[in-house]
Every structure is written in C-alpha cells, then in structure tokens.
Design a protein around this ligand. Structure first.
Ligand SMILES: C[S@@+](CC[C@H](N)C(=O)[O-])C[C@H]1O[C@@H](n2cnc3c(N)ncnc32)[C@H](O)[C@@H]1O
Length: 354
C-alpha cells in the first residue's frame, strides 16, 4: 500500500484563529453542530440520509482530551484513525501552542479531508496514510519513538458510511466494496460472490453473532451474482423472519463483511500491541469501540497488558460511555465505549528493551 506523508504546517500564533474547519465547534463554545455520527452496531445506524453539509462529529471528545491529558503543556499525540480530523482538531486546539499530532488513516479520501480541515495547524500536524497496526514503524519513520497519547476511534466515519461509492451502508445502492483502503486486495463483492455457504455462515456467526447466519448464507449463494449493497440488503431482509428487532435485518451482515474486508479485529490486536510500545512514561492509549466484539478484545488486551509485572495500568476499570446529553444530540454515539491504558510514569527502562 502506498505510503503518503502530508505535513500540514504550523499555526504561528498556536491558536486556530479564523480557521474555517467545516467541523463541529468545540463544546466549550456552547454550540456543537447537530451531531451526525451514524455508527452504532458496526457503524451502521438507521439514519444515513447523507445530507449535504453534515459532517462527522467526534464522539466523547471531552472525555478523550481529558483522559489523554491534553493541555497547554503540549506533547506529541497520535490519532491512529484521524478520519476527517474531528478529534485531531480538538487535541490540537487544546494543546496549543506546542502540541503536535500525527494523524494516520487508511483512507486517502479521509486524509484529504483531514488535510483541509487541519490546515491552519500547519507543521504541528503530520498526516500519514497507513494502518494503525503499523504504528510503531510509522512513528519511527516520522522521527518519533515515544508519544504522550494515542487515540484509536474505531469503525467508519459518517462520510464513509454515506458515500455512494464506498458500499459501507445498506441504505442506498452502492458497489459491494467496504474497503477503508481502496488498495486493499479483498472487497465485500469477492466475499459475497465467491465464499462458500459454510464460510459465509461462519463469518456472519463469528463476526456479528447473526442468529440467522445459515439461512442468509444459503440465500446469498442461491442469488449470485450479487452486485450492489441494496441487492444484498433486500436479499437478507427476505431471508430472515419478519422484523423482530429495531435494527435493520442487514445490519449484522454488513458489520461482519466490513470487519472481514478490513481485517478489523486483527488490526485492533496489532494496533494495541504496537501502541503500548510507543507510549512515553505516563503516556496513555485511549480506544473508542462501537460494538461488543471490539470492546471485548480491547478490554482483554488491556487487562493482559496491565497484569503484573507490568509497566501498564488500566485507567478505566469500567468503560466510559457518552453522557446522556451527548447521546441525545447524537443517538448514534450511544454504543460508544472508551477504555484507557496508561504506561507507568516510572517505567522507563522496561519498554526500551522491547
Ligand atoms: C470513526 S472514524 C474516525 C473519526 C475521527 N475520530 C474524527 O473525529 O473525525 C474511523 C477512521 O478510521 C479509519 N480506519 C479504520 N481502520 C483503520 C486502520 N486499520 N488503520 C488506519 N485507519 C483506519 C477509517 O478509514 C476512518 O476514517
């Protein structure tokens, strides 16, 4: 996959004055834009209208800056899933004048938006196309060994979910793609059209706990070739008994496909491992998940990392969740869970040997 580094530059005053970012204003301004972040259950919420002017709004932004100890004292931060730069912008604003941010994303379209949205921070920001699983290598190549804080905000962004061409959503008609990185080798189309019935059934069971996995797999194999997201969504709706839950019948199938296409669980495991090796003493890793499979993995990996003898401790014994006020503004944030791991401030020697 192509590596692409974009240095955005430096905001000389350190303050993003007159910076038209197109992102939601800070909460402290008292005027958060209407929140549109349709990412419940595998990133597929029920309201993907895709209205022009709507943008991805960062979830639990205040909790993120607080737990990452972002402040005027600065430091180097990594946003491993920078998207359009929502969290990144807030981190850069709060760490003025000297805080730096390395923003990583697999999606070149997301990086282009981030570049535009973060341009006023100039060389305080470096944007890098890549997989957060390769965090250590990416940081080393950018000239950093250890950083103060790392954020992983998992899943897909509003812009990805509502794009007609990306194929993430069962709402609307798009190609069966679902790749975060358009250069990745496997698309949802290949899985849907070429995997065996048993392989499909196992995928829907293991990645989405789909109760009708067998029926859906059989229906897919019989209906091939399947070309579009709406064809697949209709087929799944017909294959399962009439709606018994509030979620769209295709929600779990789309979740499973997206996770497989993007190898999401293995990236999370690799990314967490890499992140723990890049934290400076006292540095923190903050992970936001949106469904139980992701959260289980993050929880168990953080617990393992913090088991003695270890230079890490889990800050969040129970995950933090969005406030009632945030969920009211942004119902799709309701499934978010935030977990935080800290590297012991006195742990200097341990990590350097690894
Ligand atoms: C939920 S969005 C992040 C939104 C961002 N926090 C914001 O506030 O604008 C998740 C982003 O992670 C990216 N992504 C998913 N898996 C990735 C991976 N393994 N490596 C790098 N980026 C990834 C997606 O392309 C997407 O842009």
């Amino acid at each position: 996959m192509a590596r692409q580094v974009i240095t955005v530059g430096f905001c000389s005053s350190g303050v993003p004055m007159g910076c038209a970012m197109g992102l939601a204003p800070r909460r402290s301004s008292g005027s958060f834009r209407r929140v549109v972040n349709p990412r419940a259950l595998g990133g597929q919420s029920q309201s993907l209208a895709g209205n022009p002017g709507q943008v991805h709004v960062p979830v639990m932004a205040e909790e993120v800056v607080r737990t990452l100890n972002v402040g005027p004292q600065g430091g180097v931060f990594v946003d491993g899933t920078v998207g359009s730069g929502g969290h990144a912008r807030i981190i850069l604003e709060r760490s003025c004048p000297s805080g730096q941010l390395i923003g990583i994303d697999k999606d070149p379209e997301a990086l282009a938006r981030a570049k535009q949205n973060l341009s006023c921070f100039k060389e305080r920001v470096v944007l890098q196309r890549g997989n957060y699983a390769d965090l250590r290598q990416i940081l080393n190549e950018a000239g950093f060994l250890e950083v103060k804080g790392i954020l992983l905000d998992l899943g897909a962004s509003y812009e990805q979910l509502t794009s007609a061409t990306r194929g993430f959503s069962f709402r609307g008609c798009g190609p069966l793609d679902m790749r975060f990185d358009p250069d990745d080798p496997i698309t949802a189309h290949q899985i849907v059209n070429f995997w065996s019935e048993n392989e499909l059934r196992d995928l829907f069971r293991s990645k989405a706990q789909e109760p009708f996995a067998g029926r859906i797999a059989r229906a897919i194999v019989r209906a091939r070739p399947i070309q579009t997201t709406s064809q697949l969504a209709e087929l799944v709706s017909r294959a399962v008994p009439p709606r018994s839950s509030r979620i769209h019948p295709a929600t779990r199938v789309f979740q499973a496909l997206r996770m497989e296409v993007n190898q999401e669980l293995s990236n999370i495991a690799r990314g967490l491992e890499a992140a723990t090796r890049c934290l400076e003493p006292g540095g923190r890793l903050c992970v936001i998940t949106y469904h139980s499979l992701e959260d289980k993995l993050v929880k168990s990996m953080m617990r393992d990392k913090a088991s003695l003898p270890s230079p890490f401790r889990v800050i969040t014994r129970k995950p933090m969740t969005p406030s009632a006020e945030e969920v009211k503004r942004n119902p799709s944030a309701r499934s978010a869970k935030l977990r935080v791991l800290e590297r012991n401030p006195e742990s200097d020697a341990w990590i350097r040997g690894h």
